[in-house]
Structures are given as structure tokens and as C-alpha cells.
Design a protein around this ligand. Structure first.
Ligand SMILES: NC(=O)c1ccc[n+]([C@@H]2O[C@H](COP(=O)([O-])OP(=O)(O)OC[C@H]3O[C@@H](n4cnc5c(N)ncnc54)[C@H](O)[C@@H]3O)[C@@H](O)[C@H]2O)c1
Ligand SMILES: [Zn+2]
Length: 378
């Protein structure tokens, strides 16, 4: 076969792109799926959707910000590939992670007479993913679901593992279901439009994953901190791959969070209370998790499980990624402990607190609330 120079360039580019493609399997028996990670994955998305939903309706759920940075192109691309596409554009932000948004998706799906073989695809951050996931879980008791995460946080955390749901005035994520997607495709190109603070918030969850995973993963982040912060695609691809690998292992071992999966709450007990103190409007989730991880490493040192050097190392890494680590003013806030006491992950009077030791030694320790309060405040 003779190829022209132009065709050759195209082929070379395709090979380069495919060589950079990574895949992580989430083994959950008949509900197993793959997470694809790479840059410029439009045709993989198209092929995937064609293979599982040819001739079916594809409902693309996105938000008003994502629509403007490529969400509407995604819809056009799928339409051009011959797929019947319905799109729902939700108002952006955590304030809209509500039943009203779920109803928007339900109603749009029912209006086109959705069938069991149809596919809901969430194209967006964790808010869109959780809403699209919940709608997919509940429509006709379950239609197919796919995730195209567009924030770092949703790539490394929310799109893998099957937790879906929405918020109520009483608290975040109080209504939901476990429902696994058929595929997750993390196209790093989305991250080029992501505001820096959102990237940093996602990096906090990447640090969390690395600290649970082990020393090599933490060292990788330490050597790549500046590149990650600058949005370097290669570094981000490796970071997403690392975090997704960890999450997939944990989820495969403990899908419904009865034990091991609790480790993923590292930084989240205190982080969540800090978010709640500010009515969930004060800072981004990852920013609060970074503060919570610092507290957790300090508790580790106080309990003698870990050392102050480890706590300092974690703090340094977070700071290099542009995250604030000054948790002490928050720990002086008495109301923080009311929110800790109300944590939905509490078992009886004990809090399952995740303590950060050295990289790779993270453990869950049940502590009475008073003991935890003492460890955090003295
Ligand atoms: N299901 C789970 O296991 C799980 C895990 C962690 C977090 N979550 C949930 O995830 C949510 C947080 O996710 P998030 O941080 O992605 O928030 P988000 O979905 O609100 O996205 C953050 C902001 O970035 C915008 N955005 C998204 N992609 C963009 C892009 N490519 N370019 C420019 N702007 C873009 C969004 O419109 C939004 O304004 C929370 O509701 C949390 O409860 C769920
Ligand atoms: Zn989190």
C-alpha cells in the first residue's frame, strides 16, 4: 500500500497517541469495566458508544460550563457518527446537585421513551457524574451508564467506584445508590480549560491516593509537582493512572465500603467538617481534604504510629502543589467537632478515623469522638 506523506503523518500521530493510552481494569465480576486514560480520545469514545449502544438513544448529561468548553462539540460528534443523541445541560455547581437536576434528566429520558439498552453518558465533573449516575441507576431500574470525566477530581475519584447521588438540605450525598458504569474515558484534553484551583483541588485527591499506595507513588508526585501544577499532560496522565489504579484495587476488594474502602476517606473526616463549617461554599472539596490530611498525619505522629518527619513531608508536597496546609485555625473552631459528631460514617460512638503514617502505611483506627478531639486540639 502506498501512503502519501499526509497519510503517513496521520498514522504516526495515531500510533503516538495510542502508545500514550493507558487502561485500568475495575474487576467486579459481571459489572467489570475499564478506565481509559489518554489525550485526544474522541474516536475511542465514539467506538465505545457504538459498540455498546448502537441503535440506542445516547443521553449526554453535562453542565453549563462544560458545554462551552467542548460538551456541545461532543454532542455534535456523536450525532455525526449516526447516534441518536439527547442532551441535558444542567446548571453548573454543587448547589445544583439536587433532586431537581435528577428530575431534569429523568424527564428528558422519559420524553424520548428511554429503553433498558439506552445509554446515559455523564460529561463533566463529579457533580454531573454523580447526577447522571443516579439517574441511570434509577431510570427503568437501571440503564447503561458511561463517564467522560472533565475535571481532575472526577477522573481520579468520582467516576470510578460506582457511588452516585445528590445532596439534600440536611447534607451532601445523603441520597444515592451504588451503580457501576460500563466505561470511563479520561481524556486529559479536558483539563486544559480547567481553572487552576480546580486542578489543585483534584491534586489533593491524587496525593491522597499516592499516600495510600506507597513510597514510589509519593516520590513520583514529589519529582513531578511543578509539572503537574503546570498542567503537563504526560505527568497528569501518569498521576491519573496511579490514582485510578489504587481506587480500582480498593473498590474491587470492597465495593460497598465495609472495610478497606474506608482508607479512601483519608483527610475526609476533618475535611468534610471544614466544608460543613462553611456551609459547603467556602472552599473546594480537595482544598478541605488537603487540610484534613495534614491533621491526619499530625494525629499519626501523636499516636506514635508515624513521625513528625512524615507529617512534614506530606505538608511539603501539598504546599508545592499550591494547596494550603494551615489546618490549626480550623481545629480551634469548637463547632468543627459538632460536625465531626454528625459524620454519617460514624459507627455508634466511635469515629473510624483514617491515620496517615509513612507513604503506604495508612490505617483506619476507631476512636471515641472525645479522644479524637483531644488528639486534634492538643
Ligand atoms: N461518586 C464518588 O465516588 C465521588 C467521589 C468524590 C467526589 N464526588 C463528588 O464530586 C463532586 C465534586 O466534583 P468536581 O470537583 O469535579 O466538581 P464539579 O463537577 O462541580 O466541577 C468543578 C467546576 O469545574 C467546571 N468544569 C468541569 N469540567 C471543566 C473543564 N474541562 N473546563 C472548565 N471547567 C470545567 C464545572 O462546571 C464546575 O464549575 C462533589 O459533588 C462530590 O461529592 C463523588
Ligand atoms: Zn474526596
Amino acid at each position: 500500500v502506498e501512503t502519501t506523506g499526509r497519510e503517513f503523518d496521520d498514522i504516526a500521530q495515531e500510533i503516538e497517541r495510542l502508545a500514550g493510552l493507558r487502561c485500568v481494569a475495575v474487576p467486579l465480576a459481571s459489572r467489570s469495566y475499564s478506565v481509559w486514560i489518554g489525550a485526544g480520545l474522541e474516536d475511542i469514545v465514539e467506538r465505545y458508544i457504538r459498540s455498546i449502544a448502537a441503535g440506542h438513544v445516547v443521553m449526554v448529561v453535562t453542565d453549563s460550563n462544560v458545554e462551552g468548553v467542548g460538551g456541545s462539540d461532543k454532542v455534535k460528534q456523536l450525532q455525526a457518527s449516526g447516534q441518536r443523541v439527547v442532551d441535558v445541560v444542567l446548571p453548573a455547581g454543587e448547589a445544583h446537585k439536587t433532586l431537581a437536576s435528577v428530575e431534569r434528566i429523568w424527564d428528558a429520558a422519559l420524553a424520548v421513551g428511554i429503553n433498558r439498552g439506552d445509554l446515559v453518558v455523564g460529561v463533566g465533573g463529579g457533580v454531573v457524574g454523580d447526577l447522571a449516575g443516579f439517574a441511570a441507576a434509577t431510570l427503568l431500574r437501571g440503564v447503561q451508564l458511561g463517564h467522560l470525566p472533565t475535571t481532575l477530581l472526577s477522573m481520579v475519584d468520582s467516576s470510578v467506584g460506582g457511588k452516585t447521588g445528590f445532596d439534600r438540605p440536611e447534607g451532601k450525598n445523603l441520597i444515592g445508590a451504588f451503580y457501576q458504569p460500563r466505561f470511563v474515558i479520561c481524556d486529559l484534553r479536558w483539563l486544559s480549560t480547567l481553572p487552576k484551583p480546580e486542578l489543585q483541588s483534584g491534586l489533593a485527591e491524587v496525593v491522597k491516593a499516592a499516600w495510600i499506595a506507597g513510597p514510589a507513588q509519593v516520590e513520583f508526585l514529589e519529582t513531578q509537582a511543578e509539572n503537574l501544577l503546570a498542567g503537563d499532560e504526560q505527568a497528569l496522565a501518569q498521576a491519573v493512572h496511579m490514582a485510578v489504579t489504587l481506587k480500582a484495587q480498593v473498590v474491587a476488594a470492597d465495593e460497598r465500603e465495609s472495610g478497606l474502602r474506608m482508607l479512601l476517606n483519608l483527610g475526609h473526616t476533618v475535611g468534610h467538617a471544614i466544608e460543613a463549617l462553611q456551609d459547603f461554599r467556602g472552599m473546594r472539596h480537595g482544598e478541605a481534604v488537603a487540610l484534613g490530611m495534614v491533621a491526619s498525619a499530625q494525629v499519626g505522629a501523636k499516636l506514635g504510629i508515624s513521625s513528625l518527619q512524615n507529617a512534614q513531608r506530606l505538608q511539603n508536597l501539598l504546599q508545592r502543589l499550591g494547596l494550603s496546609t494551615d489546618v490549626s485555625p480550623w481545629l480551634k473552631e469548637p463547632r468543627l467537632f459538632q460536625f465531626l459528631a454528625a459524620d454519617k460514617k460514624r459507627a455508634a460512638q466511635m469515629i473510624n478515623y483514617v491515620v496517615a503514617g509513612a507513604p503506604g502505611s495508612v490505617e483506619t483506627i476507631p476512636l471515641p469522638l472525645e479522644k479524637l478531639q483531644k488528639l486534634l486540639t492538643t
